[in-house]
Design a protein around this ligand. Structure first.
Ligand code: 0A1
Ligand code: ZN
Length: 881
């Protein structure tokens, strides 16, 4: 493990390499514990660079075993090799030269899952961000692009498939039962996009004909026997390829596109050129074992990685500070894809829920950083929801500001101007400025300033003059390293809804720019005056969540109900109902803490039940309405001094009140939303299932017994219904005979299918209340819990820390102490995984003082360890600062 070097990298220090890499030729002789890697690299000195400047290559835990210059051994006096770097002096000043580096590495011992490693007997690589330097010494940075030729030699019986990036050149038998394969990738790429896979795998094949008529081979590799479970992934891949042609004009550019599913992977998936590697959780699905959410995730992640082929691979990042250039943009593209394939408003609601529950807390806590950070200590810690999700929202705002045509022109210009390059955020923004003629200087602050802007709004209506006045004030909170902030350009979609539900069309606007239904807030304080409004309108603001902000807008329950009933923007209707629920849930938490009786506003109950019963609305939307803000959402709204037990009790009381008032309606929904016929994962059926399952959950609140959920469990004919019924049983009626029996049945039925057993772990990891930790410890003793498999660790320990507010935040601090102990145990094996799970404590300062004290002590225990990885040290120190 690389322990902390303490070095901080700054954006301002960027400079290009001294040497230009022309070509890469790699030969791998695969062996589980002693793989030989020979790298032949052709370089030339960049024009103008000092002729005495040495070549500096990166390494990580490497030992050099051979070094040639133009095929001649380099004398030891001419270079310095350490595990972290190789420095070669006295290289030619003008002519190109070839360096041959030989290293031996041990894939079997690679528990970090970075570089070349083995998973279930399969060789596999992960090179983003800095994993390539664990394979060979190399200029391992994204602005060094070259075409690669790869030769893989391995035992034929154990590794019938030898895969790498690009097009297949050829292969054949080698010596002593070994064979070889050669691949050539003509598209210049950085080392983080390199991939190699070798092993004995099953394969599912198909083809795709591109818009210019080229036939592309599609192959998905999975463990033998799991081939049928890759069918949906293949379908999603073909739909993604088609969509990218239609929507963005992007065609695939190699003869073959491959996906490999592996069971040990630190993240979701990786977009290596022509050879995507996936966490098998995001490839494998069948009706018996996958939920609707699993299918939706597979569709989204297959699309995301495929879309990277243009946004990430053809155009990559100049340096890691530009990560959002590929990630924010690609998330935006996959969001749009899913919106087109499914229901746009429901997809938008899910995106915003996710953004608010994950990114908003990050932006409000000690780990806050700009979408484009300016410094980092460990780049692995910047694959964050701010870079990804807020990065996507920033791209979405560009689309909103420019409108469809100019946004498309800007994207086309970006693809044309920067194809084959390593670009920056400035390059990207400039394309939109050039295509639209709009100045985006102020807008670019979205990339630079961290923190979620708060927009405070007041309004008034004057009948006599028919004018509606809207005053807005923006405030961007201080974040680590950034105290004073400039006002931003915030695009706010709005509507003025009249009494009869129609939208007012103002005759004139003063005070600022309004384009279509978008109001441009650019000043710190700004007042807009709309004329020609015949009666007092209800303001609907930030429709479709046009800007990722917090909004303070005091609206009466009656006005919110009016929006919920009439807005033409379905997202805004959902938002209004949520805004109606939030004060109730906050008050309930306060009352629970003070031991007072908890009441629920009848207006909230009737608005929820009205929407739930509205058959003009799609079931998936109605299910979203009935899914009240989570305990974490309520904690965020409360802002500080939080008591998770009180929040939980308060929320439960509100759920019970809604359930009792709506029992009849929920029963009707539970019966009518049953989907007939065999399971299909389409959005319409999934929507019905989600409405039926939320109705089931309310019904158990209404009658207080496990009977109905137990029956739903017994009769479920698909994993969505089965897992939901089990969740209701376990969370609402833990330790009852019904729940124990159901958990047991589930385990027996799916034993051997690790991805399904992960659900069994997660459901139990989220059972609320004081017994949670004992349950986690017992589950960790279960032989199905494999401590070095990231999916198992995330399902049990990660889910407990991130998603069990009452269990994890036990008032005596046992949850935090447990987490500290686990982080210290995971870190030496897999620092990336340890660091990520530790971020579950990012909001510790908003806990009430007793819990916050315990949390601080646990963090300090971690900090005191002398052998922390850079990954964990970076997170823990930022959290304590
Ligand atoms: N680029 C990938 C995410 C990714 C990042 C780092 C990794 O290293 C373990 C793996 C994957 C994506 O956006 O999908
Ligand atoms: Zn990505």
């Amino acid at each position: 493990m690389r322990t902390d070097t303490g070095q901080i990298i700054h954006l301002a220090d960027y400079r290009p390499t001294d040497f230009v890499l022309e070509r890469v030729d790699l030969t791998f002789e695969l062996d589980p514990t002693n793989t030989k890697v020979e790298a032949r690299l052709i370089f030339h000195r960049r024009e103008g660079v000092d002729p005495s400047a040495p070549l500096v290559l990166d390494g990580d835990e490497l030992t050099l075993s051979g070094l040639l210059l133009d095929q001649n051994e380099i004398p030891a006096s001419q270079y310095d090799a350490t595990p972290e770097s190789l420095v070669i002096r006295d290289l030619p000043a003008e002519t190109p030269f070839e360096i041959t580096v030989t290293t031996f590495i041990n894939p079997e011992a690679n528990s970090q899952l970075m570089g070349l490693y083995r998973t279930s007997g399969v060789y596999c690589t992960q090179c983003e961000a800095e994993g390539f330097r664990r394979i060979t010494y190399f200029p391992d940075r994204p602005d060094v692009l070259a075409p690669y030729t790869i030769t893989i030699i391995a035992d034929k019986a154990a590794n019938p498939h030898l895969l790498s990036n690009g097009n297949f050149l050829g292969g054949g038998n080698y010596d002593e039962g070994r064979h070889f394969a050669a691949w050539f990738d003509p598209h210049p790429k950085p080392s983080y996009l390199f991939a190699l896979v070798a092993g004995d795998l099953g394969v599912v094949e198909d083809t795709f004909t591109t818009m210019s008529g080229r036939e592309v081979k599609l192959k998905i590799y999975v463990e033998h026997g799991k081939e049928p479970r890759a069918a949906y992934a293949m379908d999603a891949l073909k739909r993604s390829m088609k969509w990218d042609e239609e929507r963005f004009g992007r065609e695939y550019d190699l003869d073959i596109f491959m996906i490999v599913a592996v069971s040990d992977f630190n993240m979701g998936a990786m977009e290596n050129k022509g050879l995507n590697v996936f966490n098998d959780k995001y490839v494998l699905a069948d009706p018996e074992t996958a939920t609707d959410q699993d299918y939706a995730n597979i569709e989204a992640i297959i699309a995301h990685e495929y879309f990277h082929n243009w946004t990430g691979n053809r155009i990559t990042c100049r340096d890691w500070f530009q990560l959002c250039l590929k990630e924010g943009l690609t998330v935006y593209r996959d969001h749009e894809f899913s919106a087109d394939q499914r229901s746009r408003p429901v997809k938008r609601i899910a995106e915003v829920r996710h953004l608010k529950s994950e990114q908003f807390p990050e932006d409000a806590g000690p780990l806050a950083h700009p979408v484009r950070p300016t410094k980092y200590r460990e780049i692995n810690n910047f694959y964050t929801t701010t870079v990804y999700e807020k990065g996507s929202e920033v791209t979405r705002m560009i689309a909103t500001l420019l409108g469809k045509a100019d946004f498309k022109a800007g994207m086309d210009l970006y693809f044309e101007r920067h194809d084959g390059q390593a670009a920056t955020v400035e390059d990207f923004v400039k394309c939109f400025e050039d295509a639209s003629g709009r100045d985006l200087k102020q807008f670019s602050l979205w990339y630079q300033q961290a923190g979620t802007p708060l927009v405070t709004v007041s309004s008034s209506y004057e009948q006599a003059s028919g004018t509606f006045t809207l005053s807005l004030e923006q405030m961007i909170p201080a974040t680590p390293g950034q105290t004073a902030k400039e006002p931003m350009h915030i695009p706010l979609s709005f509507a003025l809804i009249l009494d009869n539900g129609s939208l007012a069309t103002p005759t004139a606007v003063k005070g600022g720019e309004v384009t279509g239904d978008v109001l441009h807030l650019t000043e710190r304080k700004q007042t807009f005056t709309f004329s020609g409004i015949s009666s007092r309108p209800v303001l609907s603001l930030n429709r479709s969540f046009s800007a990722p902000i917090n909004l303070h807008l005091d609206q009466t329950p009656a006005d919110l109900a009016h929006i919920a009933r009439h807005d033409t923007d379905l997202f805004a209707r959902w938002q209004a109902l949520t805004d109606l629920a939030i004060p109730n849930l906050m008050q309930a938490a306060r009352d629970a803490r003070d031991g007072k009786e908890i009441g629920c506003d009848p207006a909230l109950i009737s608005a929820l039940l009205e929407a739930a019963a509205d058959e003009t609305l799609e079931p998936a939307f109605r299910a979203q309405v009935l899914t009240l803000p989570s305990e974490a959402d309520i904690a965020r709204e409360l802002g500080g001094n939080n008591d998770p037990d009180a929040i939980h009790a308060g929320r439960n009381a509100i759920l019970s009140a809604v359930a009792k008032a709506g029992a009849k309606a929920f029963l009707a929904l539970f019966d009518s939303m049953k989907v007939a016929g065999p399971y299909t994962p389409d959005a319409a059926s999934a929507g019905k299932r989600s409405l039926r399952n939320i109705a089931l959950s309310y019904l158990t609140y209404a009658d207080g017994t496990p009977a109905r959920a137990a029956e739903a469990f017994a009769t479920a004919d698909n994993m969505t219904d089965l897992a939901q019924a089990l969740t209701v049983l376990a969370h609402r009626f833990p330790d009852t005979p019904e729940t124990t029996a159901a958990l047991d049945t589930f385990l027996k039925r799916f034993d051997g299918n690790a991805l399904v057993i992960d659900k069994w772990f997660s459901i139990q990891a989220t059972i609320p209340g004081a017994g949670a930790l004992a349950r986690i410890r017992a589950l960790m003793e279960n032989p199905r819990f494999v401590a070095n498999n990231p999916n198992r660790v995330r399902s049990l320990i990660g889910t407990f820390a991130f998603s069990n507010p009452t269990g994890f935040n036990h008032p005596d601090g046992e949850g935090y102490r447990f987490l500290a102990e686990q982080i210290l145990a995971i870190d030496p094996r897999n620092p990336q995984l340890a660091a990520r799970i530790l971020t579950s404590m990012r909001s510790w300062r908003s806990l009430e003082p007793q819990r916050a004290d315990h949390a601080r002590s646990a963090l300090m225990t971690i900090e005191r360890s002398e052998t922390l990885s850079t990954d964990v040290r970076d997170i823990v120190e930022r959290m304590l600062k």
